[in-house]
Design a protein. Structure first.
Length: 367
């Protein structure tokens, strides 16, 4: 390298001789005229915050840098560094050696031990909102009315409340679950079941439930919703299959109650509370509907005939009692005749003649 090199105020010169770092040169003009030296001057700008150079490690280890101008960051394998420049988040650094110019800027370095995979910071939202953190942190958000389950290397570490969380990438095997604690419904539809009297039914039921033990709901079964569906199917077959059709239709409420109790007992081991298990629809085959309609019609006709017979018997009994009273009491008989005549007279023109022997000796109809 021959001739003159000028370094400006916002620049620094990295001066090497025979591939060995010598010093950092500041603003000024420098002459290089010794042909026997293998000289190299790399001019860098301190306007760029980060010093990036292929010989960065040798520059730092030389001990010939001004630490008032250059922040050296040496991050071990079990550490990460959160970098703030002029009060603003810049990036997170993996293990390695870095250099950051402090000329004209305020630099703050937080070195964090990452033995635990969870990253906790008072300014977590700011860090996660920056795109620079995506490469080193996994974000996990737990919504309201939910709970998070945190597993590390297969071991359950604890529950996480609603909020925003971050975990280091590549530290350990982390598994996170988000469990909904709200009341949910599951349709158990189109279940083909044969009753005890060999009638094939199709049932639709509705299960209302909620998770009360989040750990059991993820550790005891792969999918708690599918487990609920399968158990509800089995309970339906147990309860409906042991009853005859007539009993199912007549005792619908008690059948639903038994469905609920049996399903609730089964789902306890999965951390699920069954709130209700009701029958929505009972669908019969077409021929069975016709038969049932005929049976119902026959029952109604029999009931109507029974009521008619009862009324006829009561009427005849009343007539017999009246006849006995009239037979034993002639005066009452005459009064009854008078009532009849009064009814006839109200509708036609009658002239009633009273004879010596009593009422209605002669009756003349005046036309």
């Amino acid at each position: 390298m021959f001739g003159r090199k000028r370094i400006l105020a916002h620049q620094r010169g990295l001066y090497f001789v025979d591939e060995q770092f010598v010093e950092i040169l500041h603003e000024g003009s420098y002459w290089f005229a010794d042909p026997t030296k293998n000289e190299v001057l790399d001019i860098v700008s301190v306007k760029e915050a980060w010093l990036v150079h292929k010989e960065l490690e040798s520059i730092i280890k030389s001990g010939k840098i001004n630490k008032d101008e250059l922040e050296v960051i040496d991050i071990k394998d079990n550490q990460r560094a959160v970098i703030w420049i002029d009060g603003r988040f810049d990036r997170i650094l993996y293990s390695g050696i870095y250099a950051l110019w402090k000329v004209g800027r305020e630099v703050f370095v937080e070195v964090i031990d990452v033995k635990s995979p969870q990253f906790v910071h008072e300014k977590l939202d700011i860090i996660l909102d920056a795109g620079a953190s995506k490469a080193v942190l996994n974000e996990f958000i737990i919504e309201d009315n939910h709970i998070g389950l945190y597993f590390e290397n297969g071991n359950f570490m604890g529950n996480l409340k609603p909020g925003r969380y971050a975990f280091w990438i590549g530290i350990s095997k982390v598994k996170l679950y988000q469990v909904d604690l709200r009341v949910k419904s599951s349709d158990i539809s189109g279940q083909e079941i044969m009753t005890a009297d060999k009638v094939s039914l199709r049932l639709n039921t509705l299960v209302n439930y909620r998770i009360v033990d989040a750990y059991k709901s993820v550790s005891m079964v792969e999918d708690s919703t599918q487990a609920l569906y399968r158990e509800a199917q089995l309970v339906l077959r147990e309860v409906i299959g042991t009853r005859e059709l007539e009993a199912i239709l007549a005792e619908k409420d008690s059948v639903a109650k038994e469905l609920e109790e049996r399903l609730a007992a089964r789902m306890t081991k999965y951390g699920i509370e069954v709130l209700s298990h009701g029958i929505r629809d009972i669908i019969l085959p077409g021929d069975m509907k016709e038969i049932l309609n005929k049976v119902i019609l026959a029952k109604k006709e029999a009931e109507a005939n029974l009521i008619s017979r009862r009324e006829e018997t009561a009427a005849m009994r009343n007539q017999a009692n009246t006849a006995k009273m009239l037979e034993s009491n002639p005066v009452l008989m005459k009064l009854k005749e008078l009532e009849v005549l009064e009814k006839i007279a109200s509708k036609t023109n009658l002239k009633i003649m009273l004879g010596e022997k009593g009422l209605t000796d002669k009756i003349v109809n005046l036309l």
